[in-house]
Design a protein around this ligand. Structure first.
Ligand SMILES: [Zn+2]
Ligand SMILES: [Zn+2]
Length: 301
């Protein structure tokens, strides 16, 4: 009998809230002011945003007043610290961090982010040339960016799903986050903002409620497609989603399945649970190239 670990957002009470966890402003190298960044995300239907400028925490006190009730702005930071096995820097996002952090060591940065009551993400592993060894030697981070809009449109290094699978194959459970890392906004096309997000299931749009749900993995990531339901019985897993051209069930080495819609679209599928080892994750792809990812389901005998 295989047991499963999967905090299933579709079985939780609450509402869905859309958010971006990584954005820059004129406080570092972004092209829009903090207020204009918030206005843009709100106009694109986002419910919350983390402002994560480089190396310092951007003040947001006045911003929160501008959007009372229906748009939540979080403080955050992005730290670049040496050093990976090929001497590149780790970029580490501190979510909900209120004070500047200055350590020059990735583990010390993560520890300090957690001590501040925040959560740490490893930004764009592919863009940073991080390997699985770099990711295994640090502890305490909540997850990695599996997709980064800016890294995709600037140097075609947006996807870090291989890094995710490498960690999961070694039973190292981390969450996967699709983020924008917006810098240039409308200065260039395609815009590097409002292209990726997480959908969080939470009781309300408050700081504690959103942070708790992110911490517990009660979200999925997307650049377009939507998940509507995930259900299990002992033999099968069932997925319901917006119309997509493929639904993939990804596991260790060559295990798994990809169901292609063969020129059409599909909106639901049941998949037998007997061809996976260690982990299983589900990925959607739509006809315009949009993707969506649930968090991993960890399997053990
Ligand atoms: Zn970065
Ligand atoms: Zn960034």
């Amino acid at each position: 009998m295989v047991s499963k670990y999967f905090p299933n957002p579709f079985e939780m009470e609450g509402e869905w809230f859309k958010g971006n966890l990584h954005a820059h402003t004129t406080q570092s190298d972004g092209s829009l002011s903090p207020l204009d960044v918030c206005k843009l995300y709100k106009a694109y239907g986002y419910d919350f945003l983390f402002i994560t400028d480089h190396r310092d925490v951007t003040p947001i006190r006045d911003l929160s007043k501008s959007f009372t009730g229906n748009f939540l702005v979080f403080k955050g930071i992005e730290l670049d610290v040496p050093s990976s096995e090929i001497d590149t820097k780790y970029h580490i996002i501190g979510l909900n961090v209120k004070n500047k952090i200055e350590y020059r060591d990735p583990q010390k940065c993560i520890n300090e982010i957690l001590r501040e009551g925040g959560e740490a993400l490893i930004a764009h592993p592919y863009w940073s040339s991080l390997t699985v060894h770099d990711l295994l030697k640090i502890r305490g981070y909540l997850g990695i960016e599996i997709y980064n809009t800016h890294c995709h449109y600037s140097v075609s290094k947006g996807f870090s799903t291989v890094h995710w699978d490498d960690l999961l194959s070694r039973k190292h459970y981390v969450l996967g986050f699709a983020v924008d890392d917006a810098h240039w906004y409308k200065d260039k096309l395609p815009m590097d903002a409002c292209g990726a997000w997480i959908m969080v299931k939470a009781p309300s749009l408050s700081e504690d409620s959103i942070m708790n749900s992110i911490r517990r993995g009660l979200f999925y990531s997307s650049t377009g497609p939507e998940f509507f339901d995930i259900k299990f019985n002992d033999e099968e897993i069932y997925v319901k989603c917006s119309p997509v051209t493929s639904i993939s069930f990804i596991s260790r080495n060559g295990l798994g399945f990809r169901f292609n819609a063969e020129g059409n679209t599909i909106t639901e599928i049941s998949c037998p649970l007997d061809n996976f080892e260690v982990f299983l994750r589900i990925e959607l792809e739509s006809s315009d190239g949009g993707k969506a990812w649930i968090n991993p389901i960890m399997l053990s005998e």
